[in-house]
Design a protein around this ligand. Sequence first.
Ligand code: ADP
Ligand code: MG
Length: 458
Amino acid sequence: MENEIKDKWSEITTYLVNEGIITQPVRRVWIDPLEIYSYENHTLVIVVDEEISGDIINVIEKKYKSALQLAIEEVTGEQVNIVFKYKKEFASQGVSSYINGNHLEEKYPFLSNGHSFDNFVVSGSNNIAYAASIAVAENPDGQIYNPLFIYSGPGLGKTHLMHSIARYIIENRPDYTVTYTTSEDFMNSVVEAIRTNKEKGDANATARLRKKYRNVDVLLIDDIQFIIGKDSTQVEFFNTFESLYQSGKQLVISSDRPPSQMEQLDMRYRSRFNAGMTIDIQPPDFETSMAILRNKQEQSDIKLSEEILDYIASNIKSNIRDLEGAYNKVLLYSRFTKPNEEITLSIAENALKDFISPDEEMIITADYIIEVVADHYSLDKEAILSTKKTKDIVVPRQVCMYLCNELTNLTQSEIAAKLKRTNHTTVIHGVNKIKKDLPVDNELQSSIQIIKQKLNAN
Ligand code: ADP
Ligand code: MG
């Protein structure tokens, strides 16, 4: 990811220019001299050369930090928190104390995201997940819910809750060792350890890895769905899980789906995961969206009218990340393109024209459906389009037929063509099969619900 941000840096800064957020000269003077130092757990450290001007960080933070964060998210899909540091700080203090001299954040970089229970808006769609998270944070001894398993579609607050649990324990129970990791980072460490072991004959590499993840009191692992099905990582994770679980350590897991929906998950672990507490977070209702926007307002010096907040909340319903993205976009747009004008609804509408297209339903295509279904079942698109008739492929293929039939205007022959079937009766059969199974098959029901959520078709 660090490399991705580095590689795409010029694309990111070009985005700012193209969107009219900064001008070319601003880019040359302020942005081009910045250097990426490191990227870990969503914190991007950028080094600033103090030679340019005295209080430059102050200026850059105020004027360009949120713009850069937004542009990085637009280009790489990654939500980052940027921390600016002067070159001289590296020389005088050494690298290790680069984050505001705040030792907790230095040890736990994810804390710099600022997520905590205090800034989590509680509502009907997330109150159970919130309550369970608080319960575990207050009693992190593996006794209450172990593991705590939180699942939801993207952008609904899983990571926010996991960070909050970790923060609470770190701040209140200094005797506890807490490790938070994304499954991506976990996977990278496993692959790296195996490689070091193989290439350099360093057998301690895997031992060090185990020490890091198994000598802890609380392990939080985010987005587990990326690990399931990845052989070596999965084995390492299960062994870690088992070792911690057996010694009564607290585990918190998040995923985009419940254990029962993880087709490639061993039965043994399905029941292990289910043995604790499994909770979902639902998309926000209008009131919750408004509360989240108001909460953001409190932290900002620019105020948007209730009318504009209402406009954003009623149009962005899919998830909270998009809701916040839309809000930031309005602020940025007004700050950079109309700095001296009051922000009116039409300015907001203009800023969000790519985000929201009123009266225009999003068109869901067959190709998109196939892509999302394949992704859900961890299959290649080609497998769905192939002639293979094994159950693990036939069911996803029929789900594609069913969803194409329900969500697009295609005829059955056209659906057959999209799915590379020679005969449209295959489609009729597939659609009927799903219709027949749906009322009695809970797994299928929830798969289809998750896929529809991903398609934004609810
Ligand atoms: P997920 O991990 O489920 O994809 P995140 O936890 O990253 O979602 O949430 C996406 C964004 O929405 C984050 O900026 C997060 O702080 C914010 N967010 C999510 N839920 C809430 C909430 N209930 N109150 C305030 N902010 C929230
Ligand atoms: Mg997340």
